[in-house]
Ligand binder design. Structure first.
Ligand SMILES: Nc1ncnc2c1ncn2[C@@H]1O[C@H](COP(=O)(O)OP(=O)(O)O)[C@@H](O)[C@H]1O
Ligand SMILES: [Mg+2]
Length: 239
């Protein structure tokens, strides 16, 4: 079981969409995947997975002993599993308690993605302390890149050395002068891939699936294969 925190320190760059898109592809290719919403208070993965109606318990309930750990899991139509976030923070949500819950799922899942919130506080910290690796998601603008470098520094401080970078919402027309190497150097993380700004990915929810062959999904597919350790060549040095 691999535990990957998906972080950025900034909202709106596409972390939750990335977790959903990549998680769905890994599940489609036979992996057992769990997505954990770390956004205490402002959950979003239940909407992306189309399971909001089914959400009863969350990982906070498991820590508090309100329910057995399997009861908090929700399975979505595409084989992905979700562990929703609690609404409020509680002092009992320690890294030890949270790691204990993930440990209960060790036999059931190949990949656990922790969908970190914006900011560098509770949900981000908890995820950084229990994950074995990190994927930083950044859009190609200066503000997002700065936030991404803060996030990368913080996960490293928490002891994660395997930090990789995804550049999301890349738009050829707008980002003509953007150089991937500069972004990679600023964030200080290994490059994992680039995902184009895509009409098909925008607002992707269960009701409106991302077509398998579209460019955005193919980019997510290449990234998902790299996550499994496959050597998928990068197409171009500059974006
Ligand atoms: N590659 C992409 N192309 C187009 N829209 C995207 C892409 N990735 C994410 N989005 C959109 O950006 C918005 C924010 O995404 P979200 O995943 O909620 O960000 P975060 O979790 O980082 O706050 C959503 O409307 C989502 O559909
Ligand atoms: Mg999110």
């Amino acid at each position: 079981m691999k535990i990957i925190t998906v972080a950025s320190a900034k909202g709106g760059v596409g972390k939750s969409t990335f977790c959903y898109g990549v998680g769905k592809l890994l599940a489609l290719h036979g992996k057992n995947v769990l997505l954990v919403d770390m956004d205490i208070g402002v959950r979003s993965l239940d909407i992306l997975l189309g399971v909001s109606e089914k959400t009863v318990y969350n990982w906070g309930d498991v820590i508090k002993g309100n329910c057995e750990y399997r009861k908090a899991l929700i399975q979505s139509a595409n084989g992905l599993f979700l562990l929703p976030a609690p609404i409020d923070f509680d002092e009992g949500y320690t890294p030890e308690a949270f790691a204990g819950i993930l440990g209960s799922f060790a036999k059931d899942f190949d990949y656990i993605f922790l969908d970190s919130p914006a900011g560098l506080e509770s949900g981000f910290n908890l995820a950084s302390k229990v994950a074995d690796s990190c994927i930083i998601v950044s859009t190609p603008d200066a503000i997002s890149i700065r936030a991404a470098s803060y996030a990368a520094n913080n996960v490293r401080k928490a002891g994660i050395s395997n930090v990789r970078l995804v550049i999301n919402k890349f738009n050829k027309k707008i980002h003509k002068s953007i150089n991937a190497d500069e972004i990679i150097d600023t964030v200080g993380a290994r490059f994992l891939g680039v995902v184009p700004e895509s009409q098909e990915i925008y607002g992707s929810v269960e009701g409106r699936k991302i077509p398998y062959e579209c460019k955005g999904n193919q980019a997510l597919l290449r990234i998902s294969r790299r996550i499994t350790g496959e050597n998928v060549p990068f197409r171009a040095k500059n974006l």
